[in-house]
Design a binder for this molecule. Sequence first.
Ligand SMILES: Nc1ncnc2c1ncn2[C@@H]1O[C@H](COP(=O)(O)OP(=O)(O)OP(=O)(O)O)[C@@H](O)[C@H]1O
Length: 253
Amino acid sequence: MSGGALLRIEGLEKRFGGLRASDGLDLDVLPGELHALIGPNGAGKSTAIGQITGEIPPDAGRILFEGEDITRLPPARRVRRGLSRSFQIVQLLDDETAEANAALAVQAAQGHSFRFWRDATRDEGLRAPARALLRRAGLPDARHRVLAADLAAGERKQVELALALAASPRLLLLDEPMAGLGASESRAMTETLRGLKGQVAILLVEHDMEAVFALADRISVLVYGRVIATGTAAEVRANAEVRAAYLTEEEGV
Ligand SMILES: Nc1ncnc2c1ncn2[C@@H]1O[C@H](COP(=O)(O)OP(=O)(O)OP(=O)(O)O)[C@@H](O)[C@H]1O
């Protein structure tokens, strides 16, 4: 496996017109680690995630997953290899319960057609693993039968995390899981992610520095499409280039 890395990104380039959203991006995620990708607005974090999932084709560079070049692989094939993502904006079926949403994800992960999705929401063989996923994602049992439309923002994020876990990923890509959450919801999500640590490698894009510093084994700092520093929280905090480019006293660093 590419030098022990689960995911290796080498020299990734992505231009939007004259703008270099990825500019020689290099990044490694090790098996089982929680690796945070931080950086100012517009640094290219979402563009990096999009290229890892296959939604955005890079102009140059390589993406290796478990040592294999997946740079040109379609998104669905990457999911089947163990790369799963959750989105900045939650996409749930609002008129179905949390449990039914998760049951559909279990069914999809088993490779069945969505044609029979209405049956899936009643199938106990899918509902039992669906409940297990929701518990792993931190949603209390009492909320499993609530319609997605009636869930709080934090609970919707938990369901979305359960959907991402349904594919049994080896690497989970999380794009701002704390976005739009209140302080207590963010703390709950932080605890949930702490519980997942070690079970699945996580690449976490997040602006909530409290969560990042509490969770990350390593942090990479992205500025203008390039990683300017990678290290532990203490190493990144102490890095002069990082402090100058991004982290400020106001953010408590
Ligand atoms: N489809 C696109 N077309 C044109 N420009 C784009 C496109 N997607 C992203 N960009 C630009 O590329 C740069 C990087 O955007 P990206 O969303 O990856 O940054 P980010 O670090 O995720 O930002 P944020 O923290 O605000 O989510 C930004 O300047 C953005 O405006």
